[in-house]
Design a protein around this ligand. Structure first.
Ligand SMILES: Cc1cc2nc3c(=O)[nH]c(=O)nc-3n(C[C@H](O)[C@H](O)[C@H](O)COP(=O)(O)OP(=O)(O)OC[C@H]3O[C@@H](n4cnc5c(N)ncnc54)[C@H](O)[C@@H]3O)c2cc1C
Length: 347
């Protein structure tokens, strides 16, 4: 059997790798290079996604919490555990009861993953770890563990593993119509945000619809002493301030788009992230001129909620003839998604 996988983002790469491990002859196509789109523009977190508990995505969070361990075991040179602080302020944002309940559930779902349990920190301990943080009204923080990766390097490592097993990688090759790949026995459409466009080259209406939600990050050229998860002031949205490769990574936004193409971050998004950062980091305020890099990616989310923050991060498949279309998902669970896709191909 010969299989063509279109799209060398993390989902296509994991699918091709899973097929190659099963001894299937597989060719992985990308119109540019591996990991050149959404999969290199993530928040670099291998995480369960604490906030998804609020929308009842317990199954997904549980899977993702254990998937973190798989990545740490597979490629310890490209990812590591990361302690995250969740500061709590008096009379601001979610109640301490809600936060504590979420953390406890996160811990329970992570049982057996080998990650340490969360702990409570006093204000003085929080400020010792993150001295720039505003002390006003600070009542403490939860400290819990997730993991951090170099998304581009880890994704390219997956592609290398695939090639080492004899897989073919074809770059700078755009598949304009799935009929071009008719010589293959099976075809996988793993083009992430563009999956709907490629699906439209086949007859019939798609059974699943995508929502395109752009997310932007900014980078400050300064060390970030501790990773933090915080609420955007005046909203229940969560954003991150993270140490990354000796710099500070701040993200993300959620801007719904009418299509998959990535226009890059807008000035409004950059301002939004700077304001959110400065609201908390009163001892380390950043100006527009401190932003040394800004980047964005488009999330290919399954259309499931009016508010993009509440949209599911699960994935779904659609089979049309010999083509398997893959929609949605997240980086952390991409290996499970690829294994799932390969299983369907081989059934
Ligand atoms: C801002 C942001 C932050 C995120 N943070 C996290 C995080 O911290 N942790 C986490 O787990 N998840 C995170 N995610 C989600 C995760 O990044 C995505 O779910 C994942 O990267 C999607 O991968 P993909 O392979 O489906 O798509 P992509 O990475 O976009 O890959 C699609 C590939 O298909 C190729 N392609 C498209 N059309 C064609 C064609 N016609 N012919 C050939 N090739 C084609 C493209 O060139 C591209 O390489 C984040 C997403 C965003 C946007």
């Amino acid at each position: 059997m010969r299989v063509a996988v279109v799209g060398a983002g993390i989902v296509g790469a994991c699918t091709a790798w899973a097929l190659a491990r099963q001894g299937v002859r597989c060719t992985l196509f990308d119109r540019r290079q591996p990991m050149c789109e959404t999969s290199r523009a993530s928040s670099k977190l291998l995480h369960g996604g604490l906030r998804y508990l609020e929308t009842g995505q317990f199954r997904l969070v549980g899977k993702a919490l254990h998937a973190r361990t798989d990545w740490l075991e597979l490629a310890p040179h490209l990812c590591h555990r990361l302690e995250m602080l969740l500061p709590m302020y008096r009379d601001k944002g979610r109640s301490q009861f809600v936060i504590s309940a979420g953390i406890r559930i996160y811990d329970v779902l992570a049982l057996g993953s080998g990650f340490p349990r969360a702990r409570v920190l006093k204000p003085s301990e929080v400020l010792a770890l993150q001295p720039g943080l505003s002390p006003e009204g600070l009542v403490g923080a939860w400290a819990f563990f997730d993991a951090q990766m170099d998304d581009s390097a880890l994704g390219n490592w997956v592609v290398d593993e695939f090639c080492d097993l004899g897989g073919d990688l074809v770059t700078e090759h755009e598949v304009r119509d799935l009929a071009e790949l008719d010589d293959y026995d099976r075809i996988v459409n793993a083009t992430g945000p563009w999956a709907m466009q490629l699906r439209e080259t086949m007859p019939g209406k798609p059974s699943i619809l995508l929502d395109w939600v752009r997310g932007s990050h900014i980078v400050l050229d300064r060390i970030c002493p501790a990773a933090m998860l915080l609420e955007v002031p005046g909203s229940s949205r969560i954003f991150f301030i993270l140490p990354y490769q000796g710099r500070t990574l701040i993200g993300t936004t959620e801007v719904r788009q009418s299509g998959p193409n990535n226009p890059g971050p807008s000035e409004d998004e950059i301002r939004y992230l700077l304001d959110a950062h400065n609201h908390y980091m009163t001892g380390a305020v950043a100006m527009r001129c401190d932003v040394v890099e800004a980047f964005s990616g488009v999330r290919p989310l399954l259309r499931s909620a009016d508010n993009p923050s509440e949209a599911t991060r699960e994935w779904a498949f659609e089979q049309t003839g010999k083509v398997l279309h893959i929609y949605g998902g997240k980086w952390t669970t991409a290996k499970l998604q690829g294994d799932d896709a390969a299983h369907r191909i081989l059934q």
